[in-house]
Design a protein around this ligand. Sequence first.
Ligand code: KMH
Ligand code: ZN
Length: 311
Amino acid sequence: MKNPSNKVIITCAVTGAIHTPSMSAALPITPEDIAAQAVAAAQAGAAILHLHARNPEDGSPTGNPDVFAQFLPAIKERTDAVINLTTGGSPEMTVEERLAAALRFKPEMCSLNMGSMNFSMHPIADKIKTWKYPWEQRYLRESEAFIFRNTFRDVAKVYELMQDHGTRYEHECYDVGHLYNLAHFVDRGLIKPPFFIQTVFGILGGIGADADNVLFMRRTADKLFGQDYVWSVLAAGRHQMPLIAQGAMLGGNVRVGLEDSLFISRGELAQSNAQQVLKIKGILSSLSLGIATPAEAREILALKGAASVAF
Ligand code: KMH
Ligand code: ZN
């Protein structure tokens, strides 16, 4: 693992496509709210903003670039943070729909999900008593039958299309096999170091959220990529803070945000994305770990710079 500066890159994933409006009033839905929370997260210390879009009327996930266009320039004008666009989208989007915004806006980074898998949120549906919008319940329950498609051909296509634009990747690895899939693409010469690897814990369908698995993923990545990768950790729900703190103690970077967890502590909903950024910042500072600025994150991850995006 590469850890050149001893500084931790905080990514904030602002809204995502897992949670729905009935789960928390803090989840940003409208372009204005997504922009405001993204800017506040950057001001709190996030160097990278991982972004999805939602339909402003009902909060359902959308891949429509016209909706992304309503918040990307506002964020870029008001922060220096790296903007990272999802290509994971949501369970209801085709691979083409998932890629549309990244192709149009040519961001410095986009996510790249490293294997096909079950990916389900259906158990959350049983916990919700009142639904704000009609789409939510079906969306969550149908995810029980969802296969998150990321075939070798799909992933290769993203590399080929985005590399023309100089975009680099948040490689989302939800299980150990996904690290081997990345190694396959490295062998094919489709991606050059440093590889940014976001190890994901606690998604139903992926590796479980426990300390042993964090070490296992780290050891496997060390074996496959040596000094050629930069490591980051995200964990779903209540596992978010403990597992990312473990990752940071082991020299990794961290991801927070309401995409991954709606909570700030046990049973207490977070009021905003920035609140989670401030919480991890406090944990990092008590561990005597520094925070990477956006400029430092760009250097560590060899990004092209904010002047070279198309928004
Ligand atoms: N929701 C995260 C567990 C993506 O946007 O590409 C994974 C994610 C997918 O961030
Ligand atoms: Zn995402």
